[in-house]
Design a protein around this ligand. Structure first.
Ligand code: FAD
Length: 445
């Protein structure tokens, strides 16, 4: 038992199915709950836009406010601090007398480097892998020998009958916070009395535009707000409905809130555990029946795991210009890239997608594929610039899924077809035959 520890929330903004938090609570007499906002998120990347755009800031602010109120119901407080982990956490540990830091493990290189910096600073860091559907220890292969192609990965898992672990309940009690807390600049404490507004201001989320009524993920409405409460409610509603019974048929839709599950923003911020999604899926299947449509939700969640495990396997190699290929650095055209970001390519199907993305922070999987292919194959731009724009814009930005999908489409990952070109006219004819999607987003320009 430690006298005092710090729980560092990362992309796991939840109390349910959070093994790291439970362990931290079980081993501590006093617990400090913190979330860090890295100033690098406020800086411009080399392409001239902020690393974290306004939609994700808004979703994150709501998620943190919700987490704070759930912690407050257990007598805890959430402290949100601005700074780099390697600079802030050692000072905080010294000030609170904390011997250990508990947190989740994230396979992406920057997130790994954060933990290394803490360990170099002499801190005892206990990190737990808890973001995937399947436990890496249950995989029927060593991570170093993971099948390179997704289909083989999935088939090996299914043949071995690997299933996710049962989820853990949220803690019913937590150790109290330390009686005194150091005075820190660049910090706010979210307790029971603080409203979402202060955290929104702190994160610079205030400037986010009001919800666009056309949004497929209207994050300003309570049903689509950031945080565990809305996530669990959405999960329950989705699986109580018969939408999963048609998922495979509707998932390539482009308009509206119901064509796909819309779980991704909550999964990416960790407000929702993928294992909890799986339990709800199986309960739905017991009630309404299992079929190809419900199977396809499992199938898509396996894609998410695949990119996570790929990061465990290859780490920073995935962030080289060549990715996993032998290809030379991709060409880039900054002017064409800017036109793509702004939805001014002149190709109405792609422009509609880019306008939707900028206006709402969300884009269907179909249009992400089209937009990415167009940038790489038609505009002959660097996929890394596209990945950076998606990172800035997407409310569901997740390093593993984003980098993995971009590499895949750019032919620098694990696609056996060596890259994919989506022909916009053909795609528009297949998925927007009546022009409703193009009309919806291009009408105002
Ligand atoms: P659904 O169709 O309902 O799928 C259910 C869940 O399965 C999703 O919530 C997601 O967790 C997972 N999933 C589905 N498709 C994929 C996929 N191709 N790769 C990984 N997981 C998948 N997803 C992110 O969560 N964050 C990202 O940053 C991200 N960047 C992407 C970039 C590109 C270029 C492309 C082509 C796809 C990207 N995706 C990303 C994957 C996918 O587009 C979204 O997960 C999906 O559109 C989210 O909507 P949904 O929850 O309704 O998905």
């Amino acid at each position: 038992m430690h006298r005092s520890t710090i729980y560092w929330f990362r992309s796991d903004l939840r109390l349910h199915d959070n093994p790291a938090l439970l362990r931290s609570a079980a081993e501590s007499q006093q617990l400090s709950c913190v979330y860090l906002h890295d100033p690098a998120q406020d800086a411009e990347v080399c392409h001239g836009f902020r690393r974290m755009g306004s939609h994700r800031r808004r979703f994150l602010a709501d998620g943190l406010a919700n987490l704070a109120s759930r912690l407050a119901s257990l007598g805890q407080r959430l402290h949100v601090l601005r700074g780099r982990p390697g600079a802030i956490l050692p000072a905080l540990a010294a000030a609170t007398g904390a011997s250990h830091i508990f947190c989740e493990e994230i396979a992406a290189p920057e997130e790994q480097a954060e933990l290394e910096a803490l360990r170099r600073a002499g801190l005892q860091v206990e990190s737990f892998w808890q973001s995937s559907l399947l436990d890496p220890a249950d995989l029927p292969f060593d991570i170093d020998a993971m099948p390179r192609v997704f289909t083989a990965f999935r088939q090996r898992i299914e043949a071995a009958g690997v299933t996710p672990h049962t989820t853990l309940s949220a803690p019913s009690t937590l150790p109290p916070p330390p009686s005194s807390w150091p005075a820190l600049s660049q910090a706010i404490c979210l307790d029971a009395s603080s409203a979402g507004t202060s955290i929104a201001t702190f994160l610079g989320a205030d400037e986010a535009a009001a919800d666009d009524p056309r949004s497929a993920f209207p994050l300003r409405s309570a049903a689509f707000a950031g945080g565990e409460s809305a996530a669990l409610q959405h999960l329950a509603q989705y699986f109580e409905s018969d939408l999963p019974q048609h998922y495979k048929q509707t998932r390539n839709g482009l308009i509206g809130t119901t064509y796909s599950t819309k779980f991704s923003p909550w999964l990416a911020s960790g407000a929702l555990s993928p294992r909890r999604v799986h339990e709800a899926l199986r309960a739905h299947e017991r009630r309404l029946g299992a079929n190809e449509n419900t199977y396809w939700i499992w199938f898509e969640l396996l894609w998410r795991d695949y990119f996570r495990f790929l990061h465990r396997q290859h780490g920073s190699r995935l962030y080289r210009a060549a990715g996993l290929s032998q290809r030379s650095a991709p060409p880039h055209d900054p002017v064409a890239f800017r036109r793509w970001c702004e939805g001014r390519t002149g190709e109405p199907f792609i422009d509609a997608a880019m306008k939707e993305l900028a206006a709402t922070g969300y884009l269907s999987n179909r249009m992400r594929q089209n937009a990415a292919s167009f940038l790489v194959n038609d505009l002959v731009c660097d996929f890394r610039a596209g990945a950076a724009w998606f990172e800035s814009m997407l409310i569901d930005y997740d390093p593993c899924s984003n980098q993995g999908n971009w590499l895949y489409l750019a032919g620098r990952g694990t696609d056996p077809r060596d890259g994919r070109r989506f022909e916009p006219l053909r795609q528009a004819a297949m998925y927007d035959s009546d022009g409703a999607y193009r009309g919806l987003w291009n009408a105002t320009c």
